[in-house]
Design a protein around this ligand. Sequence first.
Ligand code: SAT
Ligand code: MN
Length: 659
Amino acid sequence: MGPTITSTSRFYFTTSTMYSIPKMSCPFLGVIRRKEAVNISFRLRSLASLHSLPAEVADFVKGAVDECKPSGVHIVTGTPEETANIYAGLEKEGMVKKLPKYENCWLARTDPKDVARVESKTVIVTKNQGDTIPIPTGGAKSQLGSWMSESDWEKARQERFPGCMTGRTMYVIPFSMGPVGSSLAKYGVQVTDSPYVVASMGIMTRMGTPALNKLSEGVEFVRCQHSLGRPFPLKAPLVNAWPCNPDKVLISHLPDTRQILSYGSGYGGNSLLGKKCFALRIASRIAKDEGWLAEHMLILGITNPEGVKRYVAAAFPSACGKTNLAMMKPALPGWKVECVGDDIAWMKFDAQGKLRAINPENGFFGVAPGTSYKTNPYAMSTIAKNTVFTNVGETSDGGIWWEGLDTPADGITLTDWHGKTWKHGSGTACAHPNSRFCAPAAQCPIIDPQWESEEGVPIDAIIFGGRRPQGVPLVYESFNWQHGVFVGASMRSEATAAAEHQGKVIMHDPFAMRPFFGYNFGNYLTHWLSMETRKAPTHLPKIFHVNWFRKDPSSGAFLWPGFGENARVLEWIFKRCGRESDDEAAKKSIVGWLPEDGAINTQGLSGSVDMGALLDVPKHFWQNETKELRAYFSQQVGADLPAKVEAELKALEDRVSDN
Ligand code: SAT
Ligand code: MN
């Protein structure tokens, strides 16, 4: 028995706040009749609402309906009542449970096969491979993205999407990346059969009527099609009531037509398509076409004790504490840090030539383990209400727990992310290492007053960083823009929690964009270099590199305390932005400008910190580093490496050479 539909209509549309879960059988004829009547009325109402959709959105939705064959369509408005109904429906289905210890907080446990982004199943589809990735030399596999041919993609689509939403409701999510109306914002429409995705997109993006109104003005939008890939009737039981289809996962991007089609996963960046898929992969391509930058960067504002404020954007690979830095509580008296965003920056030069940045997101999707009152007190306040937690542990008094938080009070017991009783020392993790909180950015106590400004905040400095146990100084500044682009291209970091990488290898992660490039990395470098030769007025930000993670080679202990003390490094960066001469508070080294002796304020640092060791630039280390970089660029970027980046590599080789 078809669920909530009549025999003559295949589907209904609704903008109502009703949450519809398919009922696969109904024993009472009378109930069915009443349902039919109700559903006919839905259908009539919603057909009318489909007509009210902007024509291009309606075309997209009709196309998706024809292909995916949902039993109903719900156009998301984003009202509080609608949101409440979505959560109620999720709870009824067993996909989330309420956490009574907090206000409007929810816990989801996924199928253990659906716990992270799946890089190996993430592809970019273009006519030519060279548009997506540099062709590696010597038969190596590209580490800079994955290309799929148009014909392979067509086949993959046919194997997945037809009928994939049978028995499920298709939600139509109009959304804006960036404040609605901002000159830097972009719009999207995501269709999905996952109400969990609707709830999460409601936190992470500006979702619903305001975005739809903008779409009615005829703005361009990215077409995002997402399905869990578990139509009814189910062929196998769900695990944890979490629909997904891990064997068939495919996250595909068509940058030429601004489309994203994602199948089989309901979690994180695989399914919240506004985030990595749109705001990085597709947006980086749009940015190249339109002359701006879409980057994997946090944005923060820093104010000195005199009240002067600057904004910086910073790119770090995963496991470097990006969210912690974005919400830092400075250990330096009188300094203030405010958060604009913790993950993505869209940056564009304004008419005066200032680089302006917005955070295209509306929430934080942060890694839970390791977040604590000690490492990030502001994140802890941010997630105190209206937050969805996924794959974290649970306390017996209806709260959350993960590795890094204090041990719960006596008498409180723990349940792990699988839903099993858990005890300290059990040898397993209570929270999955990639468990997340999803919380509204506006709840961050140090959210920047300008975080939703339409023109974006002015960026004075760009910071690259990595987790480098050896050889890389605490901070240095690039000699100039071109050298800074080379520094970004040369980023490497020690991989830690990432499941697919074994051991503590130092991985290349240029611009922290390795998994997120929307087009050929060689062309991406050319695009960055072109900022210097723009015809319009341009005040380029200064470019820095930091490393909080250098270790004492003999003891293995970190040389720098990190966290709030990183403000001392930001202070030097801050001063360098307002300098009058290149050598102010700095000395030239083989890698760039280093703080001169005493330029990093160490007053009040508890314990002894060996600044000499932190700022040392060992020649032998850098000789090896340049060798490694040359091998990487030649194998992974090959002929697509811009001559200017090659020239910077050569210049570094010359500087480190013994001759
Ligand atoms: O799952 S996400 O891609 O959104 C988060 C991450 O992997 O950085
Ligand atoms: Mn990220």
